[in-house]
Design a protein around this ligand. Sequence first.
Ligand code: IMP
Length: 429
Amino acid sequence: MASTCVVGLQWGDEAKGKIVDLLCEEHDAVVRYQGGANAGHTIVVGGVTFKLSLVPTGVLRPGIVAVIGNGVVVHPPALLKEVETLSAQGVDIGDRLLISDRAHLIMPYHLIEERLTEESTSAADRLGTTRRGIGPCYRDKVGRVHGVRVGDWFDADRFREHIGRIVAYKNRLLNAVLPDYEPLDAAAVADEYLAYAERLRPMVVDTTAWLHDAIDRGVRLLFEGAQGTLLDVDHGSYPYVTSSNSSGAGIAPGSGVPAREIQRSVGVIKAYTTRVGGGPFPTEQDNEIGERIRRVGREYGTVTGRPRRCGWFDAVATRYAARVSGSTELAVMLLDVLSGIDPIRVAVAYEDRSGRKIDRFPSRLADWERCRPVYETLPGWTEDVSKARSVDDLPAAALDYVRFLSKQIGVPASIASVGPDRTQTIQLM
Ligand code: IMP
């Protein structure tokens, strides 16, 4: 038994892709278990930048099998485009990509429905989604009647009938609420998706059975979380979350592999905090500190290009996230971005307006509104740490900062990252 997972402990964009890529050396297959093309991973290998969204990061390593598990929502044109871009960049996917026949398909009406929901909500209440159809697709999955799964592709006649019924229903609904709605043509939608099926069919398997067999054969699995624990639909800052279990808790339902198979759980944190879209963010710095972090850390969304909201590290939120995701070790990313910021602050608790301490991650939106961060102040460092390759190369203040975060969260830190390249990695244990 040698399975590992890599899960973000904040609101996404923790640079998990780099850690997954590094850990591929010790694993044979990488498994995505939730989310879809809302995720964006940027990995730099030998100066070449790869942008991945639906395809598990593992494909960049020759010989690694990449599995898109049942919990993922697949938008076929996005997936095909990504496969083509990777192959143009010299990554030969061959037969190394497997797609679950239980995964749900994102359909054209999902994108329309999401636009409608977002645009009919006031700017202040808007979730600020990535508009990739994620929420509406998961809603149809859970609603059951209108769910479309990858495996449905295999019987073209039934697929056409199923799509015919759904599109008729969606057209009636959307027509009623959207004055300029142009009804979708069910036959055209079915044809389009059956054409995608032709190209993706060789990759479609029962990934749950494949993973069970793989475990029996001693294949070392690496589970790759998308988004982050604080965006988990059950455990995150609801309703400002994504529509899947993006914490470690999502691995079992999203892959069919029980939690007891995973021994090592790497919680990935940035040395500060970011989030994209709406929702609570007690340590947000809407000022020059936030701007500096955004500029130095190039904090713009990989998928949507939106500027990310930036702020200080929040130990209350990450402590909670590490517990939800069962982290056994931490990878501290983007340490280099904090060089030159002095002093550095870390939220170690929250308090309400009357000074009453709140030391738990709130479950209700109303509680979030009362939270003010209680900061601890730490000395910063001025040295450029991007060339550091071992603990000895780090300034004492930077190492102390990493130790402080680890102590606050209660989980040992195993890796510090000082830049996007594979080589810019410091082993701490
Ligand atoms: P959705 O996942 O597109 O429905 O968006 C829901 C929320 O999750 C929005 O605030 C998005 O900005 C956020 N989100 C979704 N995917 C990511 C990601 O990969 N990184 C960071 N935030 C994300």
